[in-house]
Ligand binder design. Structure first.
Ligand SMILES: NC(=O)c1ccc[n+]([C@@H]2O[C@H](COP(=O)([O-])OP(=O)(O)OC[C@H]3O[C@@H](n4cnc5c(N)ncnc54)[C@H](OP(=O)(O)O)[C@@H]3O)[C@@H](O)[C@H]2O)c1
Length: 267
């Protein structure tokens, strides 16, 4: 799984969406993250097709993720929702399919995961994972199911460093992936982030994306701006020192911009 991918939340289902996905592939991205609830799988799919055509890459060179929304939870609903996403994306398979949120009904969460397992056992999807799961959700899941999620995609940025969840995932051998890594651009104005950016001669966004990589976290910054799409992938020619990482870690305020996973049920 490429450690950097393109996020597509809050990107409207129009030609700009298509163009940004195509531009990302042409710029070297091999990993795109979308979801049924973003309502842009059609144009993301067109961008993928155009990006493949213009670069000569194969479908198997890309890693594509989408997510099952809460309204489609329940073991018997998963396969149909997956097919709908595939049809919109015009793809034969996904590299990763995620349960988007745990929801507030544990029995339904487990039942839904069993539907994800069915997809995997039927060879319809390469990998299955979860998103927004706390330790408690994962403990309940792991106690009752046979296939472990490969990844947990959660909100992660220097104001929400998720230290205990990160330790837990490491012990469980479940990868972590961060959403809203730039805190939807809010973290880019932080003085510490800006000072480190100056020191390493990179932009604040590049510092944050690199900080994810230093922590071994898969990261999916979203941009529809061509120059930023390129900038956000241009992070493999520098590293952060222990001191930089510690300073960024110490910005933690346990502050979320998204909903609390323990309470969110889609409304
Ligand atoms: N699993 C979940 O529940 C969940 C929840 C939220 C998000 N996600 C995923 O995570 C992805 C990323 O999160 P996000 O979209 O919320 O926010 P984000 O990536 O933290 O931030 C995106 C914002 O930062 C701006 N930006 C991007 N690169 C920049 C740069 N180099 N310099 C300055 N500004 C820059 C973008 O502007 P422009 O686009 O205008 O350039 C946009 O306003 C999503 O797109 C989605 O794929 C998942």
């Amino acid at each position: 799984m490429p450690i950097v991918g393109l996020g597509t939340f809050r990107v409207e289902n129009n030609d700009d969406c298509k163009a940004s996905v195509k531009h990302a592939i042409e710029s070297g991205y091999r990993h795109i993250d979308t979801a049924m609830i973003y309502e842009n799988e059609d144009k993301v799919g067109e961008g993928i097709a155009e990006g493949l055509a213009s670069t000569g890459l194969k479908r198997s060179d890309l890693f594509i993720t989408s997510k099952l929304w809460l309204a489609d939870y329940g073991r018997n609903n998963v396969a149909a929702a997956y097919e709908t996403s595939l049809n919109k994306l015009k793809l034969e398979y996904l590299d990763l399919y995620l349960m988007h949120w745990p929801g507030t009904d544990e029995a339904l969460m487990i039942d839904t995961w069993q539907g994800m397992e069915d997809l995997y056992k039927d060879d319809k999807v390469k990998n299955i994972g979860v998103s927004n799961f706390n330790i408690e959700h994962l403990e309940a899941l792991l106690a009752q199911v046979s296939i472990k999620p490969v990844i947990n995609q959660v909100e992660f940025h220097p104001y929400l460093v998720q230290a205990s969840l990160r330790r837990y995932l490491e012990v469980q051998n479940i990868h972590m992936e961060s959403w809203s890594p730039l805190m939807n651009a809010q973290i880019l104005d932080d003085d510490t982030v800006k000072a480190i950016a100056q020191e390493v001669n990179k932009s604040p966004a590049q510092v944050i994306i690199r900080w994810n990589i230093e922590h071994g976290v898969v990261v999916i910054p979203k941009s529809v701006t061509p120059s930023r799409i390129e900038e956000n992938l241009n992070i493999f020619d520098f590293s952060l020192s222990e001191d930089h990482i510690e300073k960024l870690d110490n910005l933690d305020e346990n502050r979320r911009i998204g909903p609390d996973p323990a309470a969110f049920n889609g409304h």
